[in-house]
Design a binder for this molecule. Structure first.
Ligand code: X90
Length: 277
């Protein structure tokens, strides 16, 4: 079934890859009056510079209907994986696009998956979908199989600042209050509903890293796939990797940088860890 187009939004920290038949639909970020499109062309170093310099509240926008329609154009079958509907209109706009596209192209079939997550968990879901597509499955059976995959994928994160999440009203005031304390790292997870849920707090990043690994094991991690995405925090990402390798020598761990959207919300030092239980 390799004629199926895969589409994710840029919250996944993925970039377009034609060899994977993968398209990435960008979100948009407005920082200090400048518009950034979170696509392959975004200049990440200058975006991060702008992010650290500005004192004004920035804002983001989900992909438009047309952005999704452009990504679907010409596809007979497609699977779209979006970031959580609990924090963004991205899933809703993808659903609208699917309805319009399938009305205009009655033989086309499109599945839209609400990841209830963001960042590297989307990439893990995507990898598992690619494996599924190697099997001789009927397209109608895919939705159920993807739902099964979803029960085993998770996202944990460490945030050093919750400023942009707070300003945009995407995190509860109680968590914001806690994170405003100096050197406090918030360790949390994508909840079942696809919102931010705090699990623990830690003073200093070494403790935060240990806590995150502990929480991963509590979530049932036992040596499977891990993708660590970070916003300018390679050191702690490698610490997480090393702690995991100590216990699970065969773990397949990939470290990547967050792209625009996740850099904006996870902020400097932020780490997102997608994994399988
Ligand atoms: O404008 C928009 O529609 C985009 C809104 C995005 C909101 C949140 C993105 C969060 C990314 C923060 C840590 C992980 C939290 C994941 C919880 C599901 C990074």
């Amino acid at each position: 079934m390799n004629e199926i187009r895969l589409i994710v939004d840029s919250s996944s920290n993925e970039t377009e890859q034609t060899n994977r038949n993968l398209k990435v639909v960008p979100l948009k970020i407005n920082l200090a009056g400048k518009d950034f499109v979170d696509d392959n062309k975004i200049d990440l170093p200058s975006f991060l510079e702008e992010l650290s310099q500005t004192t004004e509240a920035g804002k983001t926008a989900c992909p438009s209907l047309q952005d999704w329609l452009d990504a679907l154009e010409g596809a007979e079958k497609a699977i779209i994986v979006t970031m959580t509907s609990g924090l963004s209109g991205t899933y809703a706009s993808a659903m609208q696009a699917r309805d319009i596209y399938c009305e205009q192209n009655p033989t086309s079939k499109v599945i839209v998956v609400d990841s209830r997550s963001a960042g590297p968990e989307l990439s893990i879901i995507l990898e598992r979908i690619e494996e599924l597509l190697q099997e001789e499955l009927r397209f109608v059976d895919l939705e159920e199989r993807i739902a099964q995959i979803r029960t085993k994928t998770h996202l944990l994160f460490i945030l050093q600042s919750l400023h942009n999440l707070a300003v945009s009203g995407r995190v509860s005031p109680a968590i914001v209050k806690l994170a405003s304390l100096l050197h406090i790292n918030v360790i949390g997870q994508a909840s079942k509903e696809g919102t931010l849920e705090q699990l623990a707090k830690a003073r200093g990043s070494k403790k935060a890293v240990k806590e995150l690994v502990k929480q991963m094991k509590l979530e049932g991690y036992h040596g499977g796939r891990v993708i660590i995405d970070h916003c300018e925090n390679k050191v702690d990402s490698e610490r997480i990797r090393d702690l995991l390798i100590e216990e699970f020598p065969f773990a397949q761990i990939l470290i990547r940088k967050t792209r625009g959207l996740c850099s904006f919300y996870a902020e400097q030092g932020g780490i997102m860890v997608g994994f399988e239980s």
